[in-house]
Structure formats: structure tokens, C-alpha cells
Design a protein around this ligand. Structure first.
Ligand SMILES: Nc1ncnc2c1ncn2[C@@H]1O[C@H](COP(=O)(O)OP(=O)(O)O)[C@@H](O)[C@H]1O
Ligand SMILES: [Mg+2]
Length: 248
């Protein structure tokens, strides 16, 4: 689905997001970057209808996202922690989220197995989360998010807890899964290298209260080193700005 974020802002006790606007075509892989505390997670929750915006609107295929009305939209979410239930097998974990969709048990199992296979876990359906690696648990979390056939897949620093090698593997895997499913993905990361490796559009937010500092189409592979350098400079400037603001 195509995604429009139009002047979205959020105030808690302090303004966190000033005003953020960007749009993404259906099937785009959008990476959100920005310094700590600039409201990336908050923005993801607003897009997912898990949190109301203070200002502005989010449209998915021209339909406004209404917070709390999560059933009108199917949103898949993957967090940094896998949030799997340890007493259930991987297959049971994925099948569980299909219950509210009213599928019979045999169909739930079939859908769960299909998505575990998509996520590279064929043969591990009957394992419990404690018996597989962190990377495999994150694969299961991705399978679970995709099993509901989400309109948009939200990923909040999903590989932040993995070691460098597993991270690279999972970056390639998420690219492959994105190509195979054609889902629109909104992916938060604080790693510029990761954003440049996986995203088609990079949205760089400023320090809190955030705005879009830069929106970059990430399709010129040759220029990636320069892009990484530019983004690193921007992040450093924003972190300095934030620290300046905090001490003022
Ligand atoms: N439910 C909440 N109530 C009050 N403040 C919050 C809440 N959620 C987030 N915040 C604050 O909003 C700011 C941005 O948080 P967050 O969206 O998690 O940033 P990021 O993911 O970019 O690090 C932080 O200062 C955080 O403390
Ligand atoms: Mg966050």
C-alpha cells in the first residue's frame, strides 16, 4: 500500500515530533533514521494506528489511519526483541496471531508453515524459541508479522540485538523477503550502513522535536560510500544539536 505521512506531530510532556511529512509508493522499503529520542518508534506506532498523532495524518492507500482502530488495517510489527511465547513452538507462535482472523486450525497451521518457510525456517516449525538462535527467532518474528498479510510491515530496529554477522545475513534476508512479498516496509534503524543496505527510500529525521532533515532515494549503488558519509555527518550534527539543546 502506498503510504502518506502528512505533517505528523506528537507532543508528550514535551514536543517529540514537530512535523514529519513524506510519502512512499506501494512496495517501497522506507528506512527511518535519526538520533536517539527523535521519535522514530513513536512515528512507527502512529503509522501502525497504535498511537494517535497530536497533529497531521497518516494515509494508507488514501485511507486515514485511525489510532485504536487497528482492525481496519492489517499492520505487521517486528520489534528488536522477538516477543515469541517461549512455551509454544515457532509454528504455534505464528499460528496464534491468525486466530482473530477466524481461520480454522488446519488453515492456521498451513499459513504459519508457509510463512516460516518464506522466512527460511523450513524444518524448524516444531522447535521452541529457546532451542534456536537469535537470528532464527527474529526470522520467526518476521514470519509472524507477515502471516496476517499486512498492508504495511513495521520494523523497529529488528536486528539491533543480533551480532554483526547475523545482522548482515538478516539484512539480506529481509531484502529477499521484501522482494518476494512486495510489501510496503517502514524500517527503523540507527545504523546508516543498514539503512543504505536495505532501503529504497531513506528518511533522515532531525533531533527532537523532529522534522525530516533529508529524504533520499537510495537507488544509485555506486554512490553509496558518499551517501553513508553524508548521512553520518547529518547524524553527528543532529546529535550535537540535541546535546546543545539539552544543556541550554
Ligand atoms: N508513551 C510515552 N509517554 C511519554 N513520553 C514518551 C512516550 N513514548 C515516548 N516518549 C518520549 O518520546 C521521545 C521519543 O521516543 P521514541 O519514539 O522512542 O524515540 P526513538 O525511537 O527515536 O529513540 C523520548 O523522549 C521518549 O521518552
Ligand atoms: Mg526507538
Amino acid at each position: 500500500m502506498k503510504l502518506l505521512v502528512a505533517g505528523v506531530g506528537k507532543d508528550y510532556l514535551i514536543p517529540v515530533i514537530d512535523s514529519v511529512s513524506f510519502h512512499a509508493e506501494a512496495g517501497e522499503f522506507v528506512c527511518l533514521l535519526g538520533p536517539n529520542g527523535c521519535g522514530k518508534t513513536t512515528l512507527l506506532r502512529i503509522v501502525g494506528g497504535l498511537e494517535p498523532a497530536t497533529r497531521g495524518a497518516v494515509l494508507l492507500d488514501d485511507q486515514p489511519v485511525v489510532a485504536g482502530d487497528a482492525h481496519t488495517r492489517r499492520v505487521g510489527v517486528v520489534f528488536q526483541e522477538d516477543r515469541l511465547l517461549p512455551w509454544m513452538t515457532l509454528e504455534q507462535n505464528v499460528a496464534l496471531v491468525l486466530r482473530p482472523l477466524g481461520l480454522p486450525a488446519a488453515d492456521r497451521r498451513a499459513v504459519a508453515r508457509r510463512h516460516l518457510r518464506l522466512a527460511g525456517l523450513a524444518g524448524f516449525e516444531d522447535y521452541h524459541p529457546g532451542r534456536v538462535s537469535g537470528g532464527m527467532r527474529q526470522r520467526a518474528a518476521i514470519a509472524r508479522a507477515l502471516a496476517i498479510e499486512p498492508d504495511v510491515l513495521l520494523m523497529d530496529e529488528p536486528f539491533g540485538a543480533l551480532d554483526a554477522q547475523n545482522r548482515r545475513i538478516m539484512q539480506n534476508e529481509v531484502r529477499r523477503i521484501w522482494q518476494e512479498t512486495g510489501r510496503t516496509i517502514l524500517f527503523v534503524t540507527h545504523s546508516i550502513e543498514e539503512a543504505v543496505a536495505v532501503g529504497t527510500v531513506l528518511v533522515m529525521l532531525s533531533a527532537r522535536p523532529s522534522r525530516v532533515r533529508a529524504l533520499i532515494r537510495n537507488d544509485v549503488r555506486a554512490a553509496r560510500a558518499a551517501l553513508i558519509e553524508d548521512l553520518n555527518t547529518m547524524i553527528m550534527e543532529e546529535v550535537e544539536r540535541q546535546q546543545g539543546g539539552a544543556s541550554a
